[in-house]
Write a protein that binds this ligand. Structure first.
Ligand SMILES: *[C@@H]1O[C@H](CO)[C@@H](O)[C@H](O)[C@H]1NC(C)=O
Length: 491
């Protein structure tokens, strides 16, 4: 089957070997922030989608096709070795340059999708809505039929893939969890580049490809425009890691042939070297919540439970008043769990507070790009144990928890009538009558859960003084979360 790509691709070789802008050369007129796609205006998002469409409408094989072709051909050079992050940085940067050209907007930057925030109920994300990227593939061939790119016919495909964009959510109509904001915060604590890169690639990055499935877990996945907002976020996490302490040029590990990784190593089929992309600011971009590009947007911590319940201004602790409002239309009972029930299953989309277990990656996906199954299983076990630790913390709730994601919860309440909220060994089971999606029922649901479990709201996210060394964690999980994560990671 590999041969087929080569035959299909003869004319693309011309494109692929055309001179590329040398990364990092010359000064930038301005270093512009890549932004969270959810924070873009409708017009800005449309500019991205239209730019992609223009690239896709060029004569075949066109500039859009070229990216899938390169990714497919560079599979073993670009994955499961030290070059994974720099190679994908260069690929995404070159895509950005193509879009700057297609949109005729020199200030265009590829937005990112922070999937860690959608991690607990990914299929509910607005990302998969009809006016964005579209949702799950249809039964049979897994071709998507919704979204802005449903009619796109990719030219380069892996093996016997159908001539369409395909996705096959790994839990049927839903997607099992991705790595959480806490997992990302923990990754940022890893001091060695190679250890950070391996674990990030093997779990957090891989879960997104694998769980969305079908074409998105194949090596021609840049065909799906979702690839770019995913990899822009992967790059953002690396940029955050680099921006801590003295890590901007940190690079070590091994190349695909086993030789020691060095900054002068070339980036296969893309041009440039590892060293030419290490400092992303020389590629004229940064991220909206990094350093001087900081923009006026609310921090993750503001979305915490305190804000949601309106308890930030001295309203905490007045449980008596809330209890009455909470009781309306909701039945609750509290049960005690066994130790091994503390981690909700990957397919549990009803738990309000607890982080879910992740599903093991499929062996097919791991082997396809040269991964190590044993090592992946070790990382998965580590993630599972970390989630157990987080879930056991009596007064910490992850920013990824559904209780902090009213938007996702709203969609879920339209689908189901039973929710659970677990703290320690106590689980509160909440039953709502049908059609529970109204905001007042949702609020009641959250308050009932909170009151039943006697949560201490003032210990939640967003508060506390900042201390040196914890600053990278704080924007992600709040001071309290940062302290817990450090303690959990050290143990
Ligand atoms: C795969 O990972 C395991 C566990 O980390 C390691 O012991 C083993 O050497 C690896 N295998 C290869 C072929 O790299």
């Amino acid at each position: 089957m590999w041969r087929k790509y080569a035959i299909l691709a003869v004319s693309a070789l011309v494109l692929a070997s055309a001179p590329l802008e040398v990364a990092g050369q010359g000064g930038c007129a301005s270093v512009i922030a890549r932004r969270d796609i959810k924070s873009l205006s409708g017009a800005e998002r449309n500019e991205f989608f239209e730019g992609v469409r223009r690239l896709q409408e060029e004569p075949r094989p066109n500039r859009y096709d070229r990216f899938a072709y390169i990714h497919l051909q560079a599979t073993f050079e670009a994955h499961h070795n030290a070059k994974f992050l720099p190679w994908h940085r260069q690929l995404t940067y070159q895509f950005e340059l193509a879009l700057i050209d297609a949109t005729r907007n020199p200030n265009f930057r590829v937005p990112y999708w922070d999937w860690s925030k959608d991690s607990q109920a990914p299929a509910q994300s607005i990302i998969f809505s009809d006016s964005w990227f579209g949702g799950n593939g249809r039964p049979g061939d897994s071709c998507i039929t919704t979204g802005r790119f449903a009619s796109w016919k990719p030219m380069y495909r892996e093996g016997s893939e159908p001539e369409c964009l395909s996705r096959q959510f790994n839990s049927g109509d839903s997607i099992s969890p991705f790595s959480t904001t806490d997992d990302i915060a923990r990754l940022l604590e890893i001091s060695s580049f190679v250890d950070f890169s391996k674990e990030f690639e093997d779990v957090a990055h891989a879960q997104v490809h694998n769980n969305i499935g079908a074409g998105f877990m194949k090596m021609a996945s840049p065909n799906d425009p979702l690839f770019w907002v995913h990899h822009s976020f992967v790059d953002k996490v690396w940029a955050h890691w680099q921006s801590r302490g003295d890590r901007m040029l940190a690079y070590n590990g091994a190349n695909s042939d086993g030789s020691p990784a060095r900054p002068e190593d070339p980036l296969h089929m893309l041009g440039g070297t590892v060293g030419s992309v290490m400092d992303f600011r020389r590629l004229c971009y940064t991220y909206d919540d990094l350093g001087s590009a900081r923009m006026s947007r609310r921090s993750t911590g503001d979305g915490g439970l305190g804000g949601l319940l309106g308890l930030g201004n001295g309203g905490g602790g007045k449980h008596g008043d809330g209890a009455q409002a909470a009781a309306k239309g909701i039945k609750s009972r509290v049960v005690t769990l066994a130790e091994d029930e503390l981690l909700p299953s990957a397919d549990d989309h009803a738990e309000l507070f607890q982080l879910r277990d992740i599903k093991p990656l499929s062996e097919e996906y791991i082997r396809k790009c040269g991964g190590n199954v044993t090592r992946t299983r070790e990382y998965e076990a580590k993630t599972r144990e970390f989630h157990r630790q987080i879930n056991k913390m009596p007064d910490y709730i992850s920013p990824s928890a559904l209780i902090n994601r009213k938007d996702l919860l709203q969609r879920l309440t339209a689908e189901r009538s039973t929710f659970t909220a677990t703290r320690g060994r106590k689980r509160c089971v909440l039953e709502t009558p049908g059609g529970a999606a109204s905001p007042s029922v949702l609020d009641s649901l959250i308050k009932t859960a909170t009151l039943s479990l006697s949560l201490s709201v003032d210990l939640l996210l967003g508060g506390g003084s900042r201390q040196g060394g914890l600053t990278s964690l704080v924007p992600l999980v709040g001071q309290k979360g940062a302290d817990y994560i450090k303690a959990a990671y050290a143990s």
